[in-house]
Design a protein around this ligand. Structure first.
Ligand code: DAH
Length: 353
């Protein structure tokens, strides 16, 4: 019987040594320690033994059983440890990989241009004046010398607020340009200084709206920067000097400018300012459509009627005004061919600035 137990133990230990998987360990346990295992058979047969043999065999069988259980536990530990090592090896983190950069935003190209415009005019002593985006027909048109039914209104169709029209009031609308801010600023100034008002030098930036067909060249909303200078003895020469200086600071010291006669109801005389095409240097190309020049703003001497509407005596005061689209300026500087990129929120576009 002693030999039998040794054999049982030897076989079981040998089988255990060959095991490399947890699942095989379960099967081993059933086979060598389970109910129908050889060792359990020995316990079951104790009753058939003599009184002398019974305790000895019982004790030895128990020793074998304990030894097998211990060997099983050790093997179990070993396999577990092995599994841990293996997973550490396989799931190792490669700390030499470069980290992923967190995306950081940047200023919208129009905002960048606007800030530069503010800086250039700021250096020339202009202050920023903010005025509202919802205007009345009176301010957006009439006080700027666009009478009702004036043909110049056709160029600036906009979005009207229906309720105010229904009430028969001066219709409210989304401003088509920043020019109505001129009237607000002048009136605020002349009511603050009813006698001999000091000069005004301001720029008025902000969003404008037009009921337009959206194309590569026109959007239904865009930013403008208006400028206004009023004082005694201001001439067209001041206008040219100020705007030419602006163009050089914005587009480079070599920037060429030219003024072309134009028409706006609120200025007289009126002009448009062009800068020499940055791409072809004036020879004519696809960007300037062969002209060699790019139009960047409208300007002129403030019309006497507008001065009067603002509370200034046109016999004593004169001034100049100008208005530019900052998306247009950005397009000119960065060679952007489609204005629709500005509001499309496409990171492939925005990331370039
Ligand atoms: N308000 C004009 C427009 O949107 C631009 C403009 C032209 C503004 C001449 C001015 C100016 O102040 O003097 O088309």
């Amino acid at each position: 019987m002693g030999e039998g137990l040794e054999q049982i133990k030897g076989e079981a230990i040998e089988a255990l040594e060959n095991i490399n998987e947890q699942t095989d360990l379960e099967a081993w346990k059933v086979k060598y320690l389970g109910r129908s295992s050889a060792i359990m058979g020995v316990f079951k047969s104790l009753g058939t033994l003599s009184k002398e043999d019974k305790p000895i065999v019982g004790k030895n069988a128990n020793l074998v059983k304990v030894a097998l259980e211990k060997a099983l536990a050790q093997k179990d530990d070993l396999l577990n440890q092995h599994a841990i090592y293996q997973s550490l090896e396989e799931e190792k983190i490669d700390v030499t990989l470069p980290g992923r950069k967190t995306a950081s935003g940047s200023l919208h190209p129009t905002t960048q241009t606007l800030r530069e415009i503010y800086r250039v005019f700021g250096d020339m002593g202009f202050q920023i004046y903010r005025s509202q985006e919802v205007e009345s027909d009176m301010y957006n048109f009439q006080l700027l010398n666009f009478p009702l039914h004036h043909p110049a209104r056709d160029m600036q169709d906009t979005f009207f607020l229906k309720s105010s029209q229904d009430r028969g009031e001066d219709p409210l609308l989304l401003r088509t340009h920043t020019s109505p801010g001129q009237i607000h600023a002048m009136r605020e100034h002349t009511s603050k200084y009813p006698e001999d008002p000091p000069p005004i030098r301001i720029i008025l930036p902000g969003m404008c709206y037009r009921y337009e067909q959206i194309t590569a060249r026109s959007e239904i909303q865009f930013n403008q920067v208006e400028g206004l200078a009023i004082g005694k003895g201001i001439t067209f020469g001041d206008l040219k000097g100020t705007l030419s200086n602006f163009a050089r600071r914005m587009f480079g010291q070599d920037a060429k400018t030219r003024f072309r006669a134009s028409h706006f109801p609120f200025t007289e005389p009126s002009a448009e300012m062009d800068v020499g095409c940055f791409l072809c240097g004036g020879e004519g190309c696809s960007v300037c459509k062969g002209a060699g020049w790019l139009e960047i703003l409208g300007c002129g001497m403030v019309h006497p009627t507008v001065l009067e509407n603002g509370g200034f005596d046109p016999e004593v005061y004169s001034g100049f005004a100008f208005g530019m689209g900052s998306e247009r300026i950005t397009m000119t500087r960065h060679h952007i061919e489609d204005i629709r990129y500005f509001w499309a929120n496409d990171l492939r576009f925005l990331d370039q600035f």
